[in-house]
Design a protein around this ligand. Structure first.
Ligand code: NAD
Ligand code: DAU
Length: 353
């Protein structure tokens, strides 16, 4: 079986769903179930014997050791993290704990597990670390895209902790020979994303008749990748990636935030028209994110050259599917919009007015 950490989160859960759709290899899902973890996303697999869920913190070495010894996974796919930049600005400690200490703990447990494997299994074992393009810092409008060789320059506490985790993963390969792979991916969007992130937040607010809070001038650029394409890239890297290598994953879809929000509004105007006016009328400009990175852009040619991976979705096809999914799955959104979520909305947006 494979072990997935953070499989109740947005990308991890999409990965588990995709994996079990196309493979009969079992999955052990280890997740702490923070505010971002939601087992409801995996409801369709509730009675599927191929999916084993264990609630555990990746910082808990004893728990991870026990689970590795019991389930003997052939690979670890490490998704678990604190993932939201704004939250890292309000409270960086959890990010250091999970992203740095948690990754370190997992690496140590993996190393001790791996070292004892028979030679053939040892050769085949993989530790795949799921990371982000934010480790590379911010680009100007004329800079070339991030390549795997771009020097690290993380700017937010989130990005700094992900960068630290990437360095630890690299060091465990270089020093101990642990067979690691790292992916650095751009902004994901799609089904089951927690509505604190730009696209699901805008859809939820638009439908609720609330303001659509665009930070700063709305001209910051992100590269957008449909989550299913991220999952297919990870499957390729796991299957055929070269040990010790890092792979950038991107959608070739650089968009300004304001354009993304307007696209969401236009799709909603078409699919769920208001009685009068456009959802665009709800757009408001709010105080910027401190240290807000101006532009991210990914050069994903290495992954294409080495493994033949390209994204299946364009931004236009992916965003249309995504908006339709949120319209069809309002119940899921209502389910995650817990008391804790409402508290976050108050903390983050009250001071931006
Ligand atoms: P998410 O916040 O939606 O989910 C994170 C999951 O990890 C949750 O289920 C949570 O309960 C779990 N978790 C958190 N702390 C844990 C701990 N200490 N022990 C065990 N489980 C814990 O995140 P996501 O958006 O799905 O991102 C997944 C990974 O992909 C992260 O490593 C993130 O850095 C990376 N990434 C995300 C994006 C993006 O656009 N969302 C892009 C590139 C890379
Ligand atoms: O680039 C990959 C990263 O993408 C991942 O590593 C992170 O885990 C993921 O959260 C995401 O980070 P961003 O900060 O880019 O995503 P977010 O959805 O928070 O914001 C996207 C852009 O939209 C960013 O420029 C800030 C802006 N924004 C965001 C929110 C929540 C707004 O203008 N208004 C908002 O209310």
């Amino acid at each position: 079986m494979i072990l997935v950490t953070g499989g109740a989160g947005f990308i991890g859960a999409n990965f588990v769903l995709d994996w079990l759709e196309s493979s009969d290899e079992s999955v052990l899902n280890i997740d702490k179930l923070t505010y971002a973890g939601n087992l409801g996303t995996l409801k369709a697999l509730e009675h599927d014997a191929r999916l084993v869920f264990e609630r555990a913190d990746i910082c808990d070495r004893a728990a991870i050791d026990t689970l590795l010894a019991k389930h003997q996974p052939r690979a670890i796919l490490h998704f678990a993290a604190e993932s939201h930049v704004d939250r890292s600005i309000h409270g960086p400690a959890d990010f250091v704990q999970t992203n740095v200490v948690g990754t370190f703990t997992l690496l140590e447990a993996a190393r001790m597990h791996w070292i004892k494997l028979p030679e053939e299994q040892k050769q085949a074992f993989r530790f795949l670390h799921v990371s982000t393009d934010e480790v590379f810092g911010s680009l100007s409008s004329t800079d070339p895209q991030f390549a795997e060789t771009t020097p690290y320059a993380p700017n937010s506490p989130y990005a700094a902790t992900k960068a630290a985790s990437d360095h630890l993963v690299r060091a465990y390969h270089h020093t101990y020979g642990l067979p690691v792979l790292t992916t650095n991916c751009s902004n994901n969007y799609g089904p089951y994303q927690f509505p604190e992130k730009l696209i699901p937040l805008m859809i939820a607010n638009a439908l609720a008749g609330e303001p659509l809070p665009v930070y700063g001038d709305g001209q910051n650029v992100r590269d957008w990748l449909y989550v299913g394409d991220h999952c297919s890239a990870i499957r390729e890297v796991l299957a055929r990636g070269d040990v010790g290598e890092t792979y950038n994953v991107g959608g070739w879809n650089e968009k300004k935030n304001l354009d993304v929000v307007r696209t969401v509004c236009d799709l909603l105007d078409e699919l769920r028209p208001k009685s009068s006016g456009s959802y665009r009328d709800q757009i408001t400009y709010v105080k910027d994110r401190p240290g807000h990175d101006r532009r991210y852009a990914i050069d994903a040619r290495k992954l294409e050259r080495a493994l033949g991976w390209t994204p299946a979705e364009t931004f236009e096809t992916g965003i249309a599917k995504t908006v339709q999914w949120y319209l069809d799955n309002q119940q899921w959104v209502d389910g995650v919009a817990s008391g804790e979520y409402r508290k976050w909305v108050e903390t983050n947006y009250a001071q931006r007015a």
